[in-house]
Every structure is written in C-alpha cells, then in structure tokens.
Design a protein around this ligand. Structure first.
Ligand code: ADP
Ligand code: ASP
Ligand code: MG
Length: 417
C-alpha cells in the first residue's frame, strides 16, 4: 500500500544541523556507471571518499542508455503511455545502479545502503514525468551516515505528495544531487560526468572548446536553459537558491573541473563571453486569436516549459521543448487559438556575464550569422544572453563560427577562480 512508502520517510522537515564538516554528495551520470566495471570504479571512488573521513551520499543515474531503452519499451506497448505507469517503469533504471553499487561497496569492506528517491525522503509535486522537488526529508539518510554507511540514492525520482512514484525530467539526477546537498547541508556537491567540466561549447561539436575553471550561477542558468545539458536547468536553479557550490568534473580523472558559484570580480574581468550553447530540440509556435495572459496561464497549467516569448501587435511567438509538444498542442487547440509550429528550427545562444558591460556582442553575433548566410527567425535576449532561432541544419556551423569569432578557444582557460 502506498502509505507504507510514506511512513518510511517520516515528515521531519529539513535537517541540516547535524551535518559535520565533510559531508559530500557525489553524483555520477549514465556514462559513468555504464557497465559493471565502471560501477565498480565508482564504488572505489566512493570508498576512497569515505576512507578520507567524509560522510558520503552518492546519487547515481541509470546505466548507459537504460532510461532511453525503458521509454522505448513503453512506446512499443502503448503509443501514449500512461504517465503514472511510465514513471513506475523509468524510475527503475537508477535503482538498478544503486543496488549494484551498494553490492560492490560491501565487497570492498564498507557499509552501504541503496535507497529509492522515496526512501531517501525526496518529496515532489504530482506532475508525472517532470515533477519538482518540494521537500527533502533527510532523517533516514542522516541516521545511515551516522553509522558510517555510504548512502546511494536513486537519482531522477521521488514520491509525490499523493504518494505516487514520480520522475524529475531528463537529466534529473543532477537535481536530486543538488536537492540532497541543500537538504542535508553538505559541504560539497560534486557532479561527475563524461567530460571534464563545463566547456565554452559542447565539446562534441566544437573540439577546440575549453574547460571553464568557473562560471556564475546566472551564466550556468542561461547555459543550461539554452541547451548545455551538462547540468539540468532545475539543478542550477536549486543550487543558486540554496547557495550550493557545484563542482562539475570528470569521472575518469582526478583533474579539477568547473566550479559553479556566485559571481566574483575576477570572473567578470577575464572574459565577457563564457560560452556558445545550442539546442536542436525546441519548437517555435506562432499564435493568434488569444490574449497572452490566457495563453500562458493555460500553458503553465499544463506544465509546458515556455522559453522565448516575443509578442507583436498581431501575434505571439513562443518556444518550448519538443518533449512538451503534445501538451502544448492540446492547450492551443483547447483554447481555440489559431496556431502553427515550426519544427525545423534550433537555437544558438551566446552567454556571458561580462556582456553586461561590453556593448557590441549582439552586433558581432548578427554579423557572424550573416556572413554564414543565416537569417535568424526569432531573436531574444537577457542581460547576459543573446539567443537566435535558426534552421536546425545551420546550428552546428553557427556554434563553431561564433565560438571562433569570440575567441573562446584561446581565452577561456584564463578565467580565474
Ligand atoms: P551525465 O550522463 O553525466 O549526466 P550528460 O550527457 O547529461 O551527462 O551531460 C554531459 C554531456 O553534455 C557531455 O558529454 C557534452 O556532450 C554535453 N554538453 C553540452 N554542452 C556542454 C558544455 N557547454 N560543456 C560540457 N558539456 C556539454
Ligand atoms: N536517467 C535519467 C535520464 O537519462 C536521469 C539522469 O540521468 O539524470 O534522463
Ligand atoms: Mg545529465
């Protein structure tokens, strides 16, 4: 019965007082736990942190492409899988990783316990597939840590206020890690991944991209929102709101990675642009015949993550992730809007806190795009970002050209901590 699930995470609220110095949350992504050898290596790394005297909480993702495979499996059964059952299914991947890692740690002579999100006290709202964490009830984690046990928490999931299993959206293990770090008052939140940190552009597209030593929360928010999937957007929001310092680093080396922290003077002086980001997974909608207030209220009600909004006298243009397309279409039809969607656009963004005090970044961005013969369809800005929706097929070369034009292959490493 669901009630048992809830009793295992008693409502003790936040419990940050008891954490001594040396509590660490270490999150490992899917590639980092991709097979049993890698899981054993992760187990060793956790044991080393424990042996160095830390209280260790690990958050693990599902192994390799497990989540994709589970989603695919669901779609082979049903064209539109029931959201509750889909969450029941896809939350399993991270549980597998945690149980296996706990076994490996025990074989190394240490105590370990794997916990589901629910057992770990991660309470969420009731939105299946992209639930938001509303509370962390950390009592069970603290008592395990008090006994010297390494605690492995299944990422990407929680239990809703209606006692259902929920998942947090793609990349959600990052959010689990930050929420736990805030909830237990950890001293460090380390995000271990398959690259060495946050780069000036996706290193898969720009081989010359450089690792940034540090980025501000605001820059990282813009980068994550505009496609740098190395950190889930929501995890950066939580880190900023709870002042959790993040260290993004490689699972496969001991090198320092990238610190995500408060802005500091030296960071601003060194570089005006911190990165060029992109996404290929956004739809741009053009809407007529409904007032903006009604439109965006209805989209919010359906949990559609609206990004860019541009309103002219005759139409409203907005973008949202491809993954939200079904919900967006249902809302638009439901409120009787005349609308069309463009599915052939991607977005390239130039992000940097130094932009605030350096005019001319927009001019240079447009010049670079026009030299490539690319005409942006929609342009939007914030104080530290310029984003252009352009044809999907042009995104890669636009990212490469902008990266080069802003000389990010040469200046980034100099940005101090
Ligand atoms: P994990 O499974 O560890 O959570 P993800 O695949 O979610 O890892 O995120 C890491 C990937 O993010 C990298 O392999 C890289 O291709 C991609 N990425 C995109 N933009 C950036 C960027 N600016 N810096 C670093 N990585 C980036
Ligand atoms: N396994 C989930 C995903 O693939 C969550 C994560 O890895 O952060 O999205
Ligand atoms: Mg990820």
């Amino acid at each position: 019965m669901a009630a048992i699930d809830f009793e295992s995470v008693p409502a003790v609220g936040r419990d940050t007082e008891r954490a001594p110095v040396g509590t660490v949350v270490m999150k490992f992504g899917g590639t980092s736990v991709g097979d049993t050898e890698k899981l054993k290596a992760v187990a060793q790394r956790l044991v080393a942190a424990r042996e160095a005297g830390n209280r260790v909480v690990a958050v693990l993702s599902a192994m390799g492409h497990t989540t994709d495979e589970l989603i695919d499996l669901a779609h082979r059964i049903s064209p539109s899988p029931d959201p509750r059952e889909l969450d029941m299914l896809i939350s399993v991947g991270e549980r597998i990783s945690c149980a296996l890692a706990a076994m490996a740690i025990k074989d190394l002579g240490h105590e370990a316990i794997s916990l589901t999100g629910s057992q770990a006290g991660i309470v969420t709202d009731t939105v299946h597939g992209k639930a938001k964490i509303v509370e962390v009830r950390a009592k069970r984690i603290h008592s395990a840590l008090d006994h010297g046990t390494i605690v492995l928490v299944a990422g990407f999931q929680g239990v809703s206020t209606e006692l259902e299993v929920t998942t947090l959206g793609r990349g959600g293990s990052d959010t689990t890690a930050v929420a736990l770090a805030a909830g237990i008052g950890a001293d460090a939140c380390e995000i271990y991944t398959d690259v060495e940190g946050v780069f000036t552009a996706d290193p898969r597209i720009v081989p010359a991209a450089r690792k940034l030593a540090a980025v501000t929360y605001d820059e990282m928010l813009e980068m994550a929102a505009s496609g740098a999937k190395v950190l889930m957007l929501r995890s950066v929001e939580l880190a900023r709101n709870h002042n959790v310092k993040l260290h993004v680093r490689s699972t496969f080396s001991t090198e320092e990675g990238t610190w995500v922290t408060e802005e500091d003077e030296r960071m601003l002086e060194k570089a005006m642009i911190s990165g060029v980001t992109h996404t290929l997974e956004e739809t741009v909608y053009r809407v007529e015949g409904v007032p903006a207030a009604r439109l965006f209220a209805a989209l919010a009600e359906a949990s559609v993550n609206v990004d860019t909004i541009v309103q002219t006298s005759s139409e409203i243009v907005f973008s949202a992730p491809d993954a939200d397309h079904e919900d967006a279409a249902r809302v638009l039809d439901g409120i009787g809007a005349q609308w069309s969607g463009r599915y052939d656009l991607g977005k390239v963004s130039v992000v940097g806190a130094g932009m605030k005090s350096h005019p001319g970044i927009a001019a240079k961005t447009f010049l670079v795009l026009s030299e490539l013969g690319i005409e942006p369809d929609v342009v939007s800005t914030s104080p530290i970002k310029i984003a252009c929706h352009i044809p999907r097929g042009d995104v890669e070369r636009a990212v490469q050209a902008l990266h080069e034009a802003f000389e990010l292959d040469t200046v980034a490493l100099e940005r101090g901590q």
